[in-house]
Design a protein around this ligand. Structure first.
Ligand code: FES
Ligand code: FES
Length: 185
């Protein structure tokens, strides 16, 4: 027997949508399966990984544990709506410049959590950045470049990891040969 359905209105990335959905439809399901916005990832689907993070009135929320019906009065922004006609959001630009991604699965949620932080705190400390992203799990990067990217997006530093790494001069070949001779008689 089909479950109860409801007609809801969602405001997503500047557009209004009217949807007939089951009453238990989550916001993540509505975004991905009703609106085709697959940038928000379905990871754990139970509030543990942050892959489904979207913005609601500029605040980071987990769309997998938010009912679509409860998001009706809020302006939702997904990763598809983060850039503007002027170009990429500074967070997106900084993540690219810092090489702060590998497989990319965590990135939409990670970038939206970073954007939510910068919306309320223009120059966060490293501790604040770590705290703001603590609900977003990344299995690939080790987080260092992600934290760096948030600092770059905030204008607090340049993308250091893309700068050439200074290396020591290699010893002259004859001194290497001498060293080898010393070790291997
Ligand atoms: S998919 Fe929502 S927190 Fe993991
Ligand atoms: S880049 Fe692969 S999970 Fe973060």
């Amino acid at each position: 027997m089909p479950g109860k359905s409801a007609t809801i209105r969602l405001h997503v990335n500047g557009e209004e949508h009217t949807l007939a959905v089951p009453v238990q439809r989550t916001l993540l399901e509505a975004l991905r399966y009703d609106l085709g916005l697959t940038g928000s990832k379905q990871g754990c689907d139970k509030g543990d990984c942050g892959a489904c993070t979207v913005l609601a009135d500029g605040e980071a929320i987990l769309s997998c544990i938010t009912l679509a019906a409860d998001a009706q009065d809020r302006k939702i922004t997904t990763i598809e709506g983060l850039a503007s006609p002027a170009g990429l959001d500074p967070v997106q630009r900084a993540f690219a410049d810092c090489g702060a991604l590998q497989c990319g699965f965590c990135q939409p949620g990670m970038m939206l959590s970073a954007r939510a932080l910068l919306n309320t705190c223009a120059h966060p400390s490293l501790a604040q950045i770590k705290d703001a992203l603590s609900g977003n799990l990344c299995r690939c990067t080790g987080y260092t470049k992600i934290y760096e990217a948030v600092q770059v997006a905030a204008g607090m530093r340049g993308p250091a990891s893309r700068q050439p790494v200074a290396s020591e001069r290699a010893p002259a070949s004859d001194s290497v040969a001498h060293a080898v001779k010393e070790i291997v008689p």
